[in-house]
Design a protein around this ligand. Sequence first.
Ligand code: UTP
Length: 288
Amino acid sequence: MIKKCLFPAAGYGTRFLPATKSMPKEMLPVVDTPLIQYGVEEALQAGLHEIAIVTGRGKRSLEDHFDISYELEHEISNTGKEKSLSGVRHLIDQCTFSYTRQIEMKGLGHAILTGRSLIGDEAFAVVLADDLCLNLEGDGVLAQMVKLYEQFRCSIVAIQEVPMEEVSRYGVIAGEALRDDIFRIERMVEKPNPEDAPSNLAIIGRYILTPDIFELIEQTEPGKSGEIQITDALMKQAQQGCVLAYKFKGRRFDCGSAEGYVQATNFCFENRHKTHPVMTASPQLKAV
Ligand code: UTP
C-alpha cells in the first residue's frame, strides 16, 4: 500500500517572477486556496496520509500553512469566517507533515533524492504542486494512479497529449500501448525539439515511484542544464524492468506559467463547489 506523497517544492519558480521573488510558487492562490493545498487534498483523496515536502530557502510559509495559527484562529473563532479554515484544518488533522531542505537546487531528480530520508524503502507518490490536476467526474489523478499501481506494482508517470509545438517544455515518451490509456515506456526524451520528439505524449507532475529509483538517481549524471533529471533515472528503470505511462482522466493546468494559472483560476472559480475533493468548498465564495 502506498502511504507517502512527496512534494518537491524547492524550485525557484523563475517563470513566475516577480511574484515568486519572496514567496513560494506553491503558495500562489488559485481562487482562495494555495496550490500546495490542492495537491495535499488530492493526495489525501488517494488515501495518502503521510505528506513529505522538500523545501528550500524562502519556503517557510509552506510549513506555516500546514500548522495552527493560534492568534488568527482565536480572532475568527465563533464567527462565520471560522469555516474558511476548515479545509486546511481537515488536512492537518488527517495527515502528518514532514520536511527536508534541498540546499542546492540541482533539479527535480535531485529534489526527489533529497526526499529519500523522508520516504525510506517503499513505493511513494510525487506531486508537483504547480501542475494543478482536477477531475470533477470522479477519482482525482493520484487516486487513479494508486489503483493502477495496486494492479501493476511498478513506477507510473502521468501523461497527457500536448500540441506538437509544445513538446519542448516536457519529458516525452514512446511506448507500447497496453490499453488505450496505458503505455509501457520504451523511450523518453527530455524537452525534445518537435522534430526529434517520439510522440506528443508529455509527462506531467504526477508520479508513482518504486524505491529503487533512488539508486538510479544517484547514478544519474547532470544533464545539459546541469540539473539531475528524473526522466533519465526513469529511463534506466524502464530498461531494467517496467515503467508505465498513464493517460489520466481529468484536467491539468500548468500553474507555473501565467497562462495556465489564469485558466486554472477561471476553471476553479466556475466550478468552486466541486474542486475540493475532500471537503466542502470555501463558504466565503457565493455563487454569482
Ligand atoms: P520546475 O521545472 O517547474 O522549476 O520544477 P521551478 O524552478 O520550480 O520553476 P521555473 O521553471 O524556474 O519557473 C518542477 C518542480 O520541481 C521542483 C519545483 O519546486 C517544482 O515543484 N524542483 C525543481 C525542486 O524542488 N528542486 C529543484 O532543484 C528543481
